[in-house]
Write a protein that binds this ligand. Sequence first.
Ligand code: FRU
Length: 426
Amino acid sequence: MMPRTPISPSVEITELASKRFTTPRLAYDSAVSLDREYRPRLHFTPAKNWMNDPNGLVWHKGEYHLFFQHNPFGTQWGHMSWGHAVSKDLIHWEELPVAIAEGDDGAIFSGSAVSIGDEIVAIYTRHTETNQSQCIARSSDNGRTFVKFETNPVLDENKKDFRDPKVFRYQDHWIMCAVQPWDHQVSFYKSLDLVTWQHLSNFGPAAAINGVWECPDLFPLTLAGSEYWVLLVSLNPGGLYGSGTQYFIGDFDGTTFTAMYSTDEPRWLDYGRDNYAGVTFNNEPNGKRILIGWMANWEFVKEHPQTSWTNAMTIPRELGLTKYANEIVLTQQPMCELTYEIKVPMPTTGIVGLEGFVKVGYNADAKVVFIDQFEASYEVDADELHLKVVVDQSSIELFTGDGIRAITMATFPPLGSSRELVSFSQ
Ligand code: FRU
């Protein structure tokens, strides 16, 4: 028998295409090439069709669950349902069938999930043309299927816009935060059973308000033995570039969230264009606070190339706190193997970094870290410059080693471009 010569997938696909197709060849070729070229290796994407916000992030009985805003029928936004994927390590995801599908009663907008004994309970926004209200659905098969609560909604303020409930355990009860998008407010509620909710307080308007507020999250983190509360609020538009996420550090006393710094100026979670609607896991077994965001931007997503899926999630990030410029700030550390890492004596002048399909690095004259045109001020008193870079087929994420700055960019270089970067200094 002749030994078989292995052929690379690219050769195989090109040959098949030319044999099977005569006229629509261009379209076929380009669709195949786009999919092959841009499908991420490290980042979660659905096998096909549209995805936006991460939803219902929860660890339950040995699995991390990533539900997500999903159109099961097309590559554009619509028919909002909760798609579903599970992972043991937050990197390798197995996509499962749609968990909660759009129904006659409305679409399934963003929300959260909690683990109670053997059950996962999802708390989501039911969306109709005239009303948004909060509903619950229960799963007793580890999130594979859900049964909607008979007497949904559980929280209805008779509003057209009122959405994105994040529920978490607080002492002996549940707290929900949800947004009043046009009032630029996060509303807090309390419940003993996830069914009857009592309004506690509102936070906002504050800091960035040039867009609707969406997808809030509230959680505690500790720094030097003290507990602080972090409130995340996404807004669209009104971020640095279209949609973006701001955060507040402060205190939550069980009723009210109070920001501890002036809220005249926003504090941004990310200085790139493509990290939106990020929220954190409930019930994380190692006590970590882990965020996943949607790696896109409502203003620019229409420019993404036509692949058979639309959009990826950011790499999961462990959140923490540190001191920077006399304030306590939020930090982010990528939870994956790095593609590149820079560790050099802290330059006092010039630019150092990596270049190729993008330019990424630190400009010591301007005191900024950057990916192409996206910059974040970065002034630390350190002997070493430490940068962490995660490159994938259609994205790049930059983190400072201390986690103080993150820049996230979805990018679709011309077909055939190398994703390799080489170091430079100037
Ligand atoms: C944020 C958002 C949410 C909403 C969902 C709908 O990206 O607009 O406020 O629940 O997307 O898909």
